[in-house]
Design a protein around this ligand. Structure first.
Ligand code: NCD
Length: 340
């Protein structure tokens, strides 16, 4: 099993199924704290360096929230231009310095491989919050955790399921990492729906095939949406050579309630790493799905806090101490009652 304590989390390739199941059990145990039924101070005094050199809302804030919910403090820096990297400082030097200010670092950066390079200079665990089009391991973990929960709600498991991934499979790091994780499971049908120009990289397709899964590659939505999970994505316009090129694909694959009714199963779960692009020329996931109980996108985002709490607890070696440092919540809260 993967030893979490003191480890960098750079790629999903580090994990086996046993370590993931271990992590998910820790995530389950985080629910009372995330839902504000109880507090814990297990990381009192610890500091998270939350370094986001690329745009982010959910990932950045949920890393910070997860750390705060464990009782730790967060120091944050956002934007490449406002950091010393813009003055020519190396990732190694930045890591040497910032790791002496922190106990763990979460980092996002626009270049593939940058977080691993940074980790070589860090004296504390580094968690990859997304490195260019390469990987987004914590998103894949929370996606898999969500898939497991949603499948359980339908008395199903992950083995044997059908998942359809849609959109920008070339530049979308979340789908790269998720497909690699799904290779730890058995007998899946994985349908990859994208324009040919935005197809899933060959490396990921080979991994899917080597895992013995059935892999279907298509440019059509129709006839491929009768899956257990439909995972929609955004055109990653920031990774295209020009905006005009991104515009060629925006809005190509839209999902709305009438398409869902016509082509999906009655209980197909819809996921999206978010942000969904809600501009009228894109609108890959229409607001008219908001009342569909199978739209899991907000449950998915909520699960991000649980999984990131689990990762912090495990990498800092306190996963068995969390309830020893509990106290009560004194303020009004109804967070445990969210419906969708
Ligand atoms: C994704 C990302 O940044 O890769 N979002 C996220 O982390 N929740 C997907 C995206 O930006 O489209």
């Amino acid at each position: 099993m993967f030893k979490f304590e003191g480890a960098n989390i750079l790629s999903v390739q580090q994990f086996d199924r046993e370590s993931i199941e271990y992590l998910f059990r820790i995530a389950d145990a985080m629910q009372p704290y995330a839902h504000r039924h109880k507090r814990t101070h297990v990381l009192d005094g610890a500091i998270l360096g939350n370094l986001f050199f690329e745009a982010s809302t959910r990932t950045r804030v949920s890393f910070g929230t997860a750390f705060n919910l464990l009782g730790g403090h967060v120091r944050e820096t956002t934007g490449l231009k406002s950091s010393a990297l813009a003055k020519g400082e190396s990732l190694y030097d930045t890591a040497r310095v910032l790791s002496s200010y922190s106990d763990v670092i979460a980092m996002r950066h626009p270049d593939s491989g940058s977080v691993a390079e940074f980790a070589t200079g860090s004296r504390v665990p580094v968690i990859n919050g997304g490195d260019g089009a390469n990987e987004h391991p914590t998103q894949a973990l929370l996606d898999l955790y969500t898939i497991q929960k949603e499948q359980h709600a339908h008395q199903l498991g992950i083995d044997g399921m059908h998942i359809a991934l849609i959109g920008d499979l070339k530049y979308g790091r979340t789908v790269h990492s998720l497909c690699q994780l799904l290779c730890l499971y058995k007998d899946l049908k994985i349908t990859l729906i994208s324009p040919a120009e935005l197809a899933m990289p060959d490396k990921v397709i080979s991994a899917i095939e080597n895992a013995g899964h059935q892999c279907i590659i298509t440019e059509q939505l129709e006839g491929h949406l009768d899956a257990d999970i439909v995972y929609q994505t955004r055109i990653q316009q920031e990774r295209f050579p020009s905006e005009q090129e991104a515009n060629l694909y925006r809005g190509r694959f839209r999902l709305n309630q009438s398409i869902y009714t016509k082509h999906c199963k009655s209980n197909t779960v819809i996921m999206h790493p978010l942000p969904r692009d809600s501009r009228s020329d894109a609108n890959e996931l229409d607001n008219d799905l908001n009342l569909n109980p199978n739209l899991a996108i907000f449950r998915q985002a909520d699960n991000g806090v649980l999984v990131r709490m689990a990762l912090f607890a495990a990498t800092l070696g306190v996963e068995n101490l969390v309830n020893r440092y509990e106290s009560e919540v004194r303020w009004y809260s109804n967070k445990g009652n969210t419906v969708n």
